[in-house]
Design a protein around this ligand. Structure first.
Ligand SMILES: NC(=O)C1=CN([C@@H]2O[C@H](COP(=O)(O)OP(=O)(O)OC[C@H]3O[C@@H](n4cnc5c(N)ncnc54)[C@H](O)[C@@H]3O)[C@@H](O)[C@H]2O)[C@H](O)CC1
Ligand code: K
Length: 507
């Protein structure tokens, strides 16, 4: 059974590799020797190793020539002292060891073997080859050794980052260790949460190594954007008061597609209502009214044949959150509807067909949003993203998913939710959250429609776009985690009451 997340923790900031280096430097400048940090890092690795290896078991420690390797040497000393049979192998020449890593190596009394592309029969492997200093694809012996480790099926504890994973993007650089557990330091890096890095990490542990809050603040001070792990500490859901009633909880309007394509809008509308919008209306072409009416009860229905009809409807200022896209159909008519919706200056969610209709015309869409001062959230999956932002620098090769999403948000002048196993939410000011709270079972028809509705429902209740989008992605993921196999999108709105109850219970 999915355990409800205890929240009220402050938002978890992520550190880029560069920011981590600044944290290290600030701690050392404040008087903490680098070797002290390394000893604490190595001790955290050894502690994790003890939970995976049998007492007195055989442990292979693979060290690189940098400080990641230095952490490995420290862990090897502690494990050997603790009675484990440690086989330490170095990738590269001992002369290449410098600074703190060299000092850590000097403390190792055992033999230093040469790391080759083979793995002896051991109970556990510690991967201390490469960490934050990975700067190119693995090749040669390094590549072959990582392949051998992965083929061995032996449990692996990765130091800081699985070797071969880029700490900022989560990309695999040639080949990467498939770790059982990963011990990182001070804070998670984006690569620990972005795929495929997330999957390569296995269970994640963040160890504090004595850098201190002041060093963390110093490291974060120059961050070009605030990077977070999405969790309830990052946003606050609307709270009902005794005076709350349906007119104080906003009114979401969802545009429906034509007959036989109305289900997506209904899924979205149900999500908006379940997450707490006071009123939800589906605006539907006349020919689909009966089809929609047959399925709707608490959700109201209005005819809408054209952009003019929508314009007339939006004279009602109480319609404060709009969702266009699911099942709407692509083409000029949808572009006209989006232009009117954006021009009304409301909170606006654009998904699916509303995004595809502006393929490679994102600057036109951005102009509608800007001119209408709409508080917009775009929710593309990768395909819709590529089409919408084609021709812009948001789709430049080699960029991390966080960078692509932040650039897209700046270009669109809207919050962008780039959906996937690792969903990234970014605001035009580059504030970014990575969501790893979800399940592959959410990959089912209509799941994105429900997500759009949850965002619209939270916008209707007054949440700002970045918080509404981040909260909705997390709620959507939590609902999916409660159901698992057999999940279909119709289940998702009905799971929200339990999700909301558990969150409220933790207040
Ligand atoms: N506060 C902390 O987070 C601490 C982290 N520690 C550890 O330090 C490493 C980072 O150490 P660094 O020396 O900068 O780099 P690496 O050890 O990751 O890399 C070693 C070395 O390898 C070379 N290299 C890079 N890519 C390749 C490649 N594809 N093929 C071959 N060689 C490569 C490059 O020259 C690097 O310099 C961090 O991960 C933590 O584990 C501190 O120990 C404690 C504080
Ligand atoms: K590593």
């Amino acid at each position: 059974m999915h355990e409800p997340v205890k929240h009220r923790k402050p938002a978890e900031r992520l550190l880029t590799v560069e920011a981590m280096r600044r944290v290290d430097a600030a701690a050392i400048a404040a008087g903490t020797p680098g070797l002290t940090l390394m000893r604490a890092a190595g001790a955290a690795v050894a502690e994790c190793a003890r939970t995976l290896a049998p007492d007195g078991g055989r442990i292979l420690v693979l060290c690189g020539s940098g400080n990641n390797g230095g952490d490995g040497f420290v862990a090897a000393c502690l494990l050997a002292e603790g009675g484990y049979r440690v086989d330490l192998r170095l990738l590269g020449e001992p002369a290449a060891l410098k600074g703190d890593a060299a000092l850590a190596a000097e403390a190792w009394a055992g033999p230093i073997g040469a790391a080759e592309a083979e793995v002896p029969p051991v109970d556990l492997i510690i991967d201390a080859l490469f960490g934050a200093g990975l700067c190119r694809d693995l090749e040669g012996t390094a590549h072959a050794l990582v392949e051998a480790v992965n083929r061995s099926g032996i449990p692996v504890v990765a130091v800081d980052v699985p070797s071969g994973i880029d700490g900022d993007s989560g990309a695999v650089r040639g080949r990467a260790i498939e770790a059982t557990e990963t011990v990182t330091f001070v804070a998670l890096k984006p690569g620990h949460l972005l795929e495929p890095g997330r999957t390569h990490c296995g269970a994640l542990h963040v160890a504090q190594i004595g850098t201190g809050e002041a060093a963390l603040a110093a490291g974060l001070a120059e961050e070009v954007r605030a990077l977070y792990r999405n969790a309830p500490g990052l946003w606050r859901l609307p709270r009902l008061t005794a005076g709350s009633h349906k007119y104080t909880r906003g009114h979401a309007l969802v545009l429906s597609g034509p007959a036989h394509r109305t289900g997506a809008a209904r899924l979205a509308a149900r999500g908006a209502l379940r997450v707490g919008a006071g009123l939800v209306t589906v605006a539907s072409p006349t020919e689909a009214l009966a089809e929609n009416a047959a399925h709707l009860t608490a959700i109201m229905l209005r005819p809408c044949e054209s952009a003019d009809d929508l314009d007339d409807m939006l004279a009602d200022e109480r319609l404060n959150a709009l969702l266009l896209g699911p099942g709407l159909g692509t083409g000029p008519a949808t572009c006209d509807l989006v232009a009117v919706a954006a021009g009304a200056g409301r909170a606006l969610v654009l998904d699916a067909d509303a995004l595809t209709s502006f393929r490679s015309e994102v600057r036109t869409l951005a102009r509608h949003i800007r001119d209408g001062e709409a508080r917009a959230v775009l929710t593309p999956h990768e395909g819709e993203f590529a089409r919408l932002f084609s021709g812009t620098d948001a789709v430049t090769d080699g960029l991390s998913k966080t960078e692509r999403t932040a650039r897209a948000a700046e270009i669109a002048g809207a919050v962008v939710v780039l959906k996937g196993a690792d969903t990234v939410i970014a605001a035009p000011n580059r504030r970014t959250a990575i969501n790893d709270h979800g399940t592959p079972h959410l990959g089912t028809a209509g799941s994105g429609d429900v997500l759009g509705g949850i965002i619209a429902g939270l916008l209707a209740q007054g949440l700002e776009p970045f918080e509404a989008a981040s909260a909705a992605v997390w709620l959507h993921g939590d609902a999916g985690l409660r159901f698992g196999p057999g999940l279909i999108s119709e289940d998702l709105p009905e799971l929200l009451p339990a999700v909301l109850r558990d969150l409220a219970g933790d207040a």
